[in-house]
Design a protein around this ligand. Structure first.
Ligand code: 3HC
Length: 292
């Protein structure tokens, strides 16, 4: 009898949950939720947190080598912010019943991922500008959308993080402006960094929608409000004019304005490289080993 009642309850609870989503009401930690919704969120939020913390490493590497006291202070503030973002997100994940130890163990044993972009080494100061301008610019594109995610603690963490992320993007863009309008050597350094960071940045939005195993369910549950390809396209549309203003060339021969689509057509990231980097053996991983 109990089994039937609990099945009835689950059936009603499932309907109650779906009705809340339909009404665009936030799902809160104490609310009933499908186990797979909970698991999906723990996966995404904890990996988001890992990315914030690991993102501190390539940038932190340049604090002692920043070219001015001002640049050093701004970069220190930014790296500290990223640490805070990681903590908000780990805390949001913990409201779903996981623990800090569990999610960190998943990271350390390789079960959990973090954004592949942070496997690419920051070889020059121009790279730090690209991390702010491109990487944080892409992160904002994604995180502004996630402010409307259906899970309350994640949405509220995103509102706070987006405010600080905008400063990160401006910090990077200002730094690249300084180089692009500086000496020919500085401009060449900025172009070299753009050549190395453009494509890995496009990969931050995840695989193409037809190859994204999690997106359909994420959109059904209103965890994602837009798809990987939609956000990638918006990022390209917004960034091309910034590169043109800087006098820098985006390393994509297929980049072309499409009047009919009112959007840029662009080439295809190297998805084999993406898979290799995510698996921990991409070209940059070897490069980093040589650097050490
Ligand atoms: N690097 C590593 N793994 C990636 C990836 C990337 N750039 N893009 C996708 N993946 C993984 C996914 O995690 C998933 O693997 P999993 O099932 O084992 O977790 C697999 O590739 C398939 O991708 P899907 O598109 O099906 O997965 P999602 O629906 O989760 O979409 C996502 C991927 C768009 C990254 C989504 O997880 C998301 O929006 N996450 C939150 C934002 C985030 O994590 N951004 C990372 C950067 S944060 C940052 O840079 C902040 C900066 O200030 C430091």
């Amino acid at each position: 009898m109990t089994l039937i009642i609990s099945q009835m309850e689950n059936l009603n609870m499932e309907e109650w949950f779906d009705a809340k989503l339909q009404k665009n009401e936030m799902i809160e930690p104490k609310d009933w939720m499908p186990d797979n919704y909970r698991k999906h969120l723990i996966r995404q939020i904890s990996q988001h947190a890992h990315s914030e913390i690991i993102g501190m490493l390539p940038e932190g590497n340049w604090i002692t080598r920043a070219p001015s006291l001002r640049a050093k202070i701004v970069l220190m503030a930014k790296v500290q912010d990223e640490g805070g973002h990681g903590l908000y997100l780990y805390t949001a994940a913990e409201t779903l019943g996981t623990s800090r130890e569990e999610v960190l163990d998943a990271l350390h044993t390789g079960k959990a991922k973090y954004s592949s972009i942070f496997n690419y080494p920051t070889l020059t100061w121009a790279d730090i500008g690209m991390v702010g301008w491109l990487v944080d610019g892409a992160a904002i594109m994604n995180q502004v959308m996630l402010q409307r995610t259906s899970y309350g603690p994640y949405s509220r963490a995103m509102v706070r993080i987006c405010k600080e992320e905008s400063f990160h993007q401006r910090q990077g863009y200002e730094s690249v402006c300084h180089l692009a309008f500086g000496t020919p050597e500085q401009k060449a350094m900025a172009q070299d960094a753009l050549n190395r960071w453009w494509w890995p940045t496009l990969m931050m939005f995840g695989p193409t929608d037809d190859k994204s195993p999690n997106s359909a369910q994420a959109i059904k549950w209103k965890i994602k409000r837009e798809s990987n390809d939609q956000l990638r396209q918006r990022f390209v549309n917004q960034t091309v004019s910034q590169a043109e203003y800087l006098g820098l060339t985006i390393p994509d021969p297929d980049l072309k304005w499409n009047e009919e689509r009112q959007a840029y057509d662009f080439g295809t990231p190297n998805w084999d490289e993406f898979a290799a980097v995510v698996a921990g053996n991409g070209p940059c991983n070897k490069e980093r080993l040589q650097l050490v």
